[in-house]
Design a protein around this ligand. Structure first.
Ligand SMILES: Cc1ncc(COP(=O)(O)O)c(C=O)c1O
Length: 410
């Protein structure tokens, strides 16, 4: 008999967002319907724009089915550099962009390229669950800093400074490979103010920690929020921005994303070269999808129209869901300003349900609505709602949530 072949680190390969899928499948198999608000997939609710689909079909029909340039096809890379010039006044060249199979693969590259077992990275709690998984899979250790729920899930630069100081005095900062922010944020919905972002940039520079901003929701903000990209404030400082087709361009299934490193300091140059090497190891990203994404970005007029509609709908849906949840005495909810998630805090002490795990499982089995447990995002007393379904369905699901809490009230 063979011994187990699994590595020790493979234990971290798990996605908490998807762990109730089997339960949902069995409900559906028995003829039941499930409202799935566990996965942040806009393309499941807003059809990918037709002009983008047409570009995909055109790419297929014109023979774009070959292996393509490892770091991304030139029309896409140029579309990305032009986007950053136009939107954020960032000068970037072709070598500053590495196209990846989604931000997910960018995270894989980052961790594989930088983390030796025992190295650490600074992650902000609550976090997008993959950050921790991918860091752990590479043998890295998370150092946490917190979003402040009492202050609308904002970040506190003073507290970040304390964390950096603590890491420095304990000698751990030497092994801190990066600090990763998400703006707008999944799962908190926070959109960082320019002031707070600038303070974070200054701290990363002062302590010499490489700063990464995952800006995959950079066009999805509302409720009067305004967005500033890291690339606007970190000129002259080593940094990287992550982005892609999944959210703003409503094409999650294309699996295209990118890393942008606009600086040419020693650290940025070294990373760019390594990421390009990593891209060459896996040959290329889905070729027709890259051409379609190039068109999705380049056709500014069409994109403007599509994103305007999607964001105004998302804002309505998120706000409507929050309004229903505000009536729930067992939950405290912060109204998001960006992305499309809501992260209510559940008062478990006053419920006959012990934790978020049991809550999500029972709610699915009894009410046929699939949420994600907060602990998967480092938010133990919370559950995460994806506020993408049409308003009436979402309100219906939130109403179920309120009644479910009443039912299990102590
Ligand atoms: C913050 C954040 N980053 C990255 C991703 C994954 O992006 P991609 O589809 O480009 O792999 C998600 C998906 O929900 C996300 O919320």
């Amino acid at each position: 008999m063979y011994e187990s072949l699994l590595s020790k680190r493979s234990i971290f390969a798990h996605n908490s967002i998807l762990e109730e899928e089997k339960v949902a499948d069995s409900i559906i198999k028995k003829g039941g319907k499930v409202i799935e608000i566990n996965r942040g997939d806009p393309a499941a609710y807003f059809p990918t724009p037709k002009y983008t689909i047409d570009a995909y079909v055109k790419a297929l029909r014109t023979g774009r089915t070959n292996y393509s340039r490892d770091s991304g096809v030139i029309p896409l890379v140029e579309a990305i550099t032009k986007r950053y010039k136009k939107k954020y006044n960032v000068k970037a060249s072709i070598d500053d962009v590495i196209v990846t199979a989604g931000v997910s693969e960018a995270l894989l590259f980052i961790n594989m390229a930088t983390i030796n077992p025992g190295d650490n990275a600074i992650i902000f709690k609550p976090f997008y669950n993959q950050y921790l998984t991918q860091l752990r899979l590479s043998g890295g250790i998370p150092e946490y800093e917190n979003y402040d729920e009492k202050n609308n899930w904002d970040l506190n630069p003073e507290s970040i400074k304390k964390t950096l100081t603590r890491l420095k005095s304990s000698g751990k900062l030497k092994r801190t490979k990066y600090m990763l922010i998400t703006n707008p944020n999944n799962p908190t919905g926070t959109v960082l103010s320019r002031k707070v972002l600038k303070e974070i940039v200054d701290l990363s520079n002062e302590y010499g920690v490489f700063l990464i901003s995952d800006e995959i929701y950079d066009e999805i903000y509302y409720n009067k929020a305004s967005f500033t990209s890291l690339s606007q404030l970190a000129k002259g400082i080593p940094h990287m921005v992550l982005n892609g087709a999944s959210k703003d361009f409503d094409a999650t299934g294309f699996r295209v994303g990118y890393m942008l490193l606009p600086e040419n300091d020693k650290t940025s140059l070294e990373l760019k070269l390594k990421f390009a090497e990593m891209a060459s190891v896996r040959l290329c990203v889905n070729t027709p999808a890259q051409y379609a994404f190039a068109e999705a970005i380049s056709n500014g007029k069409m994109h403007e129209k599509e994103i305007k509609h999607m964001v105004s709908e998302i804002a309505k849906r998120v706000n409507a869901a929050v309004d229903v949840l505000k009536e729930n005495e067992k939950m405290a909810v912060v109204r998001p300003n960006g992305a499309f998630y809501i992260l209510p805090k559940v008062d478990f002490k006053s419920l006959r349900i012990k934790d978020d795990h049991e809550f999500v499982d029972k709610f699915l089995k009894e009410e046929h609505v699939m949420l994600s447990r907060g602990s998967g995002f480092g938010a133990e007393s919370h559950v995460r709602v994806v506020a993408l379904p049409p308003k009436d369905i979402l309100e219906y699901a939130m109403d179920k949530l309120n009644r479910f809490c009443k039912k299990y009230s102590k």
